[in-house]
Ligand binder design. Structure first.
Ligand code: LER
Ligand code: MN
Length: 287
């Protein structure tokens, strides 16, 4: 298993909720590499503003991979979601998703996440809106497949969504969409709230061949080790079922964005049995 940390892309002003590491984009990449991360999950807001060739080169220059492109910032900042109160907002969200897929392809990123960006049924008129979402996801998965990108449905807790809380519900939605390029992202923070058992949801998603990505956050959404989730058991389960993808830190930037990333890296690297990276101070925040 590989370790990633969620950061914003170079053109995003200010910090976004759940993105870690401070300073310029170059400084964030340098810090991620020094902390021993294998990759970065990039939060993209407006794909057309991303200089994909430059970002790809910068990430590679730090010896990092791009683990995924995260869409959550689009819902948080631009208030765009696939399920929306009006058809025009939904149409713009679909266009944004297709542009995000193109951006992922240009960056060589394997996945685009679909968590809070899918929106809520209650905004879009209730259960009947599910059919429309299924059609949108099928078309987007087909667009992604043509560019060797895959989409990730992320179950979220009941306070953040009203569609897909658990891995089982995610698999139902995937069955309805019927597309090879739509899989699951399980987030330990949400799973702890909604799943009957943490081991079972990972096993269920893996058995269906759809466990493609994992977000890390403890029970209180702090860095692993700062809450009461048993990450030793989570790692043992993931190892036992042969999960070889990323564990991507996507959690609250507390006590600050650098410390949260550093705590996650040291705790998870120890559990994964990775050697500690050579002790190096993090680069200065002005760099
Ligand atoms: C939001 O809580 C979350 O976990 C993100 O990954 C959703 O896009
Ligand atoms: Mn998440």
């Amino acid at each position: 298993m590989k370790l990633a940390v969620t950061i914003t892309t170079s053109n995003v002003e200010g910090s976004l909720p759940l993105a870690l590491l401070a300073g310029s984009f170059g400084r964030r990449l340098q810090a991620a590499a020094r902390l021993g991360y294998d990759g970065v999950e990039l939060m993209v807001l407006r794909p057309e503003e991303v200089n994909t060739a430059a970002v790809r080169a910068q990430v590679a220059a730090h010896g990092l991979a791009i683990a995924a492109i995260a869409s959550g910032g689009i819902a948080a900042v631009d208030k765009l979601t696939l399920l929306a109160a009006d058809a025009e907002t939904s149409r713009r969200a679909v266009a944004r998703l297709h542009a995000l897929i193109d951006c992922a392809a240009q960056l060589g990123a394997p996945f685009v996440t679909l968590g809070s960006f899918r929106g809520q049924l209650k905004l879009a008129g209730g259960q009947c809106a599910r059919v429309g979402l299924v059609d949108q996801l099928r078309a987007a998965a087909e667009h992604a497949a043509q560019q060797n990108v895959r989409l990730l449905v992320e179950p979220l807790n009941r306070y953040e969504t009203d569609i897909v809380y658990t891995a089982a519900e995610g698999l139902e939605l995937i069955d309805e969409v019927q597309h090879s390029h739509l899989g699951l992202l399980l987030d330990t923070f949400h799973a702890n709230i909604e799943e009957p058992a943490l081991d079972t949801c990972f096993r269920q998603a893996m058995a269906a061949g759809r466990l493609w990505h994992v977000h890390l956050g403890d029970s209180n959404r702090l860095a692993p080790g700062q809450g009461h989730l048993d990450f030793g058991r989570i790692v043992a389960t993931l190892q036992a079922i042969g999960y070889a993808g990323y564990l991507s830190a996507e959690l609250l930037a507390r006590p600050d964005p650098d410390t949260a990333a550093a705590l996650t890296a040291s705790y998870m690297r120890r559990l994964l049995g990775h050697d500690a990276p050579p002790a190096q101070a993090l680069p200065g925040k002005g760099t």
